[in-house]
Design a protein around this ligand. Structure first.
Ligand code: NAP
Length: 314
């Protein structure tokens, strides 16, 4: 007999939505969160593109509302990082933290991904106050402003081009003199009059008082250091998916994201992955929430089928 029907690992937008659906389906549900409720949105000042909030909503407040909704339907929360996820011989799952070990008949992993950081002075201090890791989320705050985009991959150019709809100039700061981004994005970026490029250049510091006012740049070829007045710094130097629980258990893509089907199902029966940790995620709150709902509905179908089978486990 398992302790829970459904265990959800991660309480960001995907995990909280999965919890609402799972608990509302009257499945005994537990949610593990090792950091902060809401994940990436918890540190987002204003979420303006989540449907239903025409004036936007503070990310932390939105996460709290999702949490209350999940709790109202009976989801339990454990504020502990999960150390181990094990697929048991009976088909269920064991989840171990430093505090407890529980079993669940199905598991949904929504551990997300962390944006890679530059690790320069001012980056952490000005995050949400001019430093951003998401153009789609934050570009609208930079109407008529001058921003830099750090990175030379698809994200830097894709998001950089999006930001040109709002900002007056978007300067791509790249550490080499060739871009990693696909040819089509490079063509578009080079053709966009608002886009500028600083090659062989790295950001050494982000400075300001209340918000970002300037960056210190270093040219890696000449060694020249320059201070550039700027209103915003968008950083797109890749993401690291939080996949440590999944390694060796499910198939991952080249970037370390879990391969799932349209039901958010992995190759392991009863194990689902949703949100930024899954392959080809749109990396938006609304899509993470959609993924979470899909995963919970799939888990519910999985349990219903299991309950009807003569070899039911747990
Ligand atoms: P990425 O392809 O890994 O590119 C990261 C970029 O950041 C690289 O140009 C890299 O420089 C630079 N970088 C890494 N660490 C840095 C550091 N510490 N300081 C300065 N620069 C640093 O990551 P991504 O652009 O997020 O793309 C991830 C995946 O998503 C890719 O497979 C991409 O094709 C896909 N994607 C596709 C689209 C699209 O098709 N529209 C949009 C977004 C993402 P180097 O080049 O020197 O290594």
């Amino acid at each position: 007999m398992s302790d829970y029907d459904i265990a959800i690992i991660g309480a960001g937008g995907a995990g909280l939505t999965a919890a609402i659906y799972a608990a509302r389906a009257r499945r005994k549900t537990i949610v593990f969160e090792g950091k902060v409720l809401g994940g990436q949105i918890a540190t987002t000042d204003i979420v303006e593109n989540y449907p239903g909030f025409p004036d936007g909503i503070n990310g932390f407040d939105l996460a709290q509302r999702m949490f209350q909704q999940a709790e109202k339907f009976g989801a339990e929360f454990a504020y502990e990082p999960v150390d181990r996820l094990t697929h048991l011989p009976d088909g269920g799952f064991q989840i171990a933290t430093s505090e407890r070990t529980i079993t669940a008949r199905a598991a949904i992993v929504t551990a997300g991904a962390d944006y890679n950081k530059l690790g320069v002075p001012g980056e952490a201090e000005f995050t949400g106050r001019g430093v951003s890791y998401c153009g789609t989320c934050d570009a609208a705050f930079f109407v008529g402003k001058e921003v830099i985009v750090v990175g030379g991959g698809d994200s830097a150019l894709d998001e950089g081009l999006f930001i040109t709809r709002y900002a007056s100039t978007v300067t791509v700061v790249h550490r080499r003199e060739t871009l990693r981004a696909s040819a089509i994005l490079q063509e578009r970026a080079f053709a966009e009059p608002k886009m500028r490029f600083r090659w062989n250049t790295v950001v050494e510091a982000i400075e300001g008082t209340d918000s970002v006012e300037r960056v210190r740049l270093r040219n890696l070829v000449t060694g020249a250091v320059e201070t550039l007045p700027i209103d915003g710094v968008f950083i797109f130097i890749g993401q690291t998916p939080n996949n440590h629980l999944l390694r060796g258990l499910v198939q991952l893509d080249a970037g370390g994201h879990a391969l799932v089907d349209l039901d958010m199902a992995t190759g392991v029966p009863g194990l689902f992955v949703a949100g930024d940790l899954r392959t080809r995620a749109a990396r938006q709150l609304v899509s993470a929430a959609g993924d979470g709902a899909t995963a919970a509905i799939s888990a519910e179908h999985y349990l219903t089928t299991l309950d009807a089978s003569p070899e039911r486990h747990g």
